[in-house]
Ligand binder design. Structure first.
Ligand code: SF4
Ligand code: SF4
Length: 415
């Protein structure tokens, strides 16, 4: 059976103090108690205790949650909101009242979670962008008739050609640190192939042999967040099978994928292979933070946006800042509310474009205040969303992954 019952003891941990409310992006935008963590926990507990059915209203309040986990960071009682949400969503996926929403969600997941299918689709999109058809479509404003399609079209950058990385990139560093597997991801591999290439190069410079399994698929994070646990588990087990068992570490450069992979064991308890795999997962900044890297100067003012699944999910905040702080001449300026969600949240910005756009607008306001020439963030969804926001405001700010700046600095190092 696919669905998991949320832990009633965990649900009862909430003492209704409300400390999480100002940290919750959807409460900030919508101002509704039932769109706050406290309200959602109240609903989830009522359903778990049999006092509330899986109604449209219940499903709607859970759909509107970004799954950003800012409430977990804020909560003094230690309520594990993320796992409670995902378990309740698995029940909704099985018994929920929303065939239309579920169909749309499945459609989007189907597009994003099959790397080969996504590659073919994006090849078509590249043709659309380069043939002049995009210019024509935008000029006629025909996409205004389909707001979700318009949101997707606006979000996508120019699709680059994405040659596959070699399956083994040998260590170049003075010390040999071990064998590191690299997750290439779905969106990352096709829209940000340079981030994968730079990650592999930095790991190699640091002293790792980098292993890039050619047949690796999707990590299943989107399915987990939507509550489709059987599909999620199938994807996770297939992914695990493509990585050699003798790796010392498995490196991820997409915050959402990394969090889902670190939590594989929770959803597949008692599976030793799964637990051993999850134990090796590290964000790229965790692995590189203390590595010896030859870094040359970058004369740049940059600010850092905390991807939710890195800051709130994996509790990684210091490592990327420390790494960026090691680049000579780079000035890292603070971003107010750097860990407030930008509205990306997997496919949330496609499913809920109004809320996502309001969050993006708040984020871009804060970014514009910094005067930075670059925004740095460690998740492909945030890269796309913030780049879209900067472009719409005509800000001319570069939006980059931390490894992009690190790799650029290594190219400026004195040999
Ligand atoms: S996960 Fe994020 S959006 Fe959802 S209730 Fe918690 S803080 Fe609010
Ligand atoms: S901070 Fe924690 S205990 Fe307080 S209302 Fe929010 S979830 Fe409940």
């Amino acid at each position: 059976m696919a669905a998991v019952t949320p832990d009633i003891d965990d649900l009862r941990l909430c003492v209704h103090c409300g400390i999480c409310l100002p940290q919750c992006p959807t409460y900030r935008v919508l101002g509704e108690e039932m769109d706050s963590p406290r309200g959602r926990l109240y609903l989830m507990r009522a359903a778990a205790e049999g006092r509330l059915g899986f109604t449209e209203t219940f499903a709607r309040h859970l759909d509107l949650c970004l799954g950003c986990r800012a409430c977990e960071t804020a909560c003094p009682a230690g309520v594990p909101f993320g796992s409670l949400l995902e378990a309740t969503r698995s029940q909704l996926a099985e018994r929920g009242p929303r065939p239309r929403a579920a169909l749309l969600c499945r459609l989007l997941r189907g597009m994003f979670t099959e790397p080969r299918r996504l590659g073919v689709m994006l090849g078509g999109l590249r043709l659309y962008q380069r043939s002049g058809l995009r210019h024509l479509v935008r000029a006629t404003r025909v996409l205004a008739l389909a707001p979700r399609l318009a949101a997707m079209e606006a979000l996508l950058p120019d699709v680059p050609s994405a040659p596959a990385l070699p399956e083994l990139i040998p260590a170049q560093g003075r010390r040999r640190l071990g064998r590191a597997g690299l997750l290439t991801g779905c969106i990352q591999r096709h829209l940000f192939p340079d981030v994968n290439r730079d990650t592999a190069r930095l790991l190699s410079l640091a002293g790792y042999d980098v292993v890039v399994p050619r047949d690796q698929g999707c990590c299943g994070a989107l399915e987990l967040h939507a509550g489709f646990l059987d599909d999620f588990r199938d994807r996770a087990r297939s992914l695990i099978a493509t990585f050699p068992v003798d790796l010392d570490v498995i490196v991820v450069n997409a915050a959402g994928c990394g969090l889902a992979m670190k939590e594989y064991g929770r959803w597949m308890p008692g599976e030793a292979v799964v637990a051993a795999f999850a134990e090796k997962i590290r964000d790229v900044t965790e692995v590189l933070v203390d590595a010896e890297l030859p870094l040359g100067p970058l004369d740049l003012t940059a600010t850092y946006h905390d991807a939710c699944h890195l800051a709130h999910g994996q509790r990684i905040r210091a490592e990327p800042r420390r790494l960026l702080g090691r680049i000579p001449d780079l000035r890292l300026v603070p971003l107010t509310e750097s860990d407030l969600c930008c509205g990306s949240a997997g496919v949330y910005n496609l499913l809920e474009p109004e809320v996502a756009d309001r969050l993006l607008s708040m984020k871009i306001d804060r970014i514009a205040e910094t005067g930075a020439a670059a925004v740095v963030t460690g998740n492909p969804g945030c890269l796309l969303q913030i780049a879209k926001g900067c472009q719409e405001r005509g800000l001319g700010i570069e939006v980059v992954h931390p490894v992009t700046l690190l790799a650029r600095a290594t190219r400026r190092a004195v040999k």
